[in-house]
Design a binder for this molecule. Structure first.
Ligand code: ZN
Length: 275
């Protein structure tokens, strides 16, 4: 199943069509996306009977598929080659920071560029579907509502200016595009092995597979939920592979006018313009 946020209303996407969830469920779920995640198991039971779309899919109406997560986690140094290009050691526990929720944006939104060190980071993003405490690796996938595409846009200068406290430099306005929708894990042949990448004005700069994650999604759920409670709708940016701008020689950065396309196999492609 694909679930999108169409102009602020939760919708199931079926091919080129959508179903408005609040309308189809007589108000049981939606229109806000968070009510879908907060009642995930009941929603999935309801949605299993929805087979046909009622409205044409309008890509330009799509907003970030998690409207207001309680918590946003991001993982640093979670691909070996990226840790090497960043000149940092692979940590023993996931290097976890946050992108403050106000930085989240939609799959086709503009990215406001500030300064000359704004960088790209394609990421596979997991969305939590059930409250999780002390979940085992074996059970972890059942706590995931779905996967989406993300960009962990990063102001390197601000990121490094605060010691190793990355969160501020990762949280400028518009620095967290997500989308175009959430795809449930059952839609993938193997949700632990998905191609992901991004391009800058058509030039592919990152190209990898999520099977290269050091801490994969089940391990992240187990590690995070051993420390704290994960809530429905929580968002986890799982880390970026190699090929970020700062690792180029000379370093590269985003500038107004550049178009970033970001994709994950089996989910879709975001397109964001730097302004
Ligand atoms: Zn990142």
């Amino acid at each position: 199943m694909k679930i999108a946020n169409s102009a602020g209303r939760a919708a199931i996407v079926i091919g080129e069509m959508t179903v408005d969830i609040a309308t189809a469920s007589d108000g049981c779920f939606g229109p806000d996306m968070m009510s879908v995640f907060d009642n995930w198991d009941e929603f999935c039971t309801f949605a299993a009977n929805i087979n046909e779309g009622t409205d044409a899919l309008d890509m330009s109406s799509l907003q970030r598929p998690v409207s207001a997560p309680r918590q946003v986690f991001a993982i640093g140094l979670n691909y070996r080659q990226h840790a090497e290009e960043a000149g940092m050691e692979v940590p023993e526990v996931p290097a976890t920071f946050t992108k403050f929720a106000s930085s989240l944006s939609g799959p086709f939104d503009d990215i406001p560029i500030v300064g000359t060190s704004v960088d790209w980071e394609v990421e596979l993003v997991a969305v939590v579907g059930r409250q999780a405490d002390n979940v085992s690796v074996e059970d972890a996938w059942s706590y995931i509502a779905g996967l989406t595409v993300g960009q962990d846009i990063s102001d390197r200068k601000l990121q490094m200016a605060a010691g190793r406290q990355f969160s501020l430099g990762k949280s400028r306005r518009g620095f967290g595009p997500m989308g175009p929708w959430i795809v449930t894990p059952d839609e993938f042949d193997n949700p632990d092995d998905l191609a992901l990448g991004c391009s800058i004005d058509g030039e592919v700069v990152q190209d990898a597979r999520s099977s290269d994650l050091i801490f994969d999604i089940p391990t992240l759920i187990a590690e995070l939920s051993s420390v704290l409670t994960l809530y429905p709708g929580d968002v986890i940016f799982t880390g970026t592979p190699s090929g970020v701008g700062m690792a180029h020689t000379p370093p590269r950065a985003l500038a107004p006018g550049i178009v970033i396309e970001t994709w994950v196999e089996g989910i879709g492609t975001m397109r964001n313009t730097c302004v």
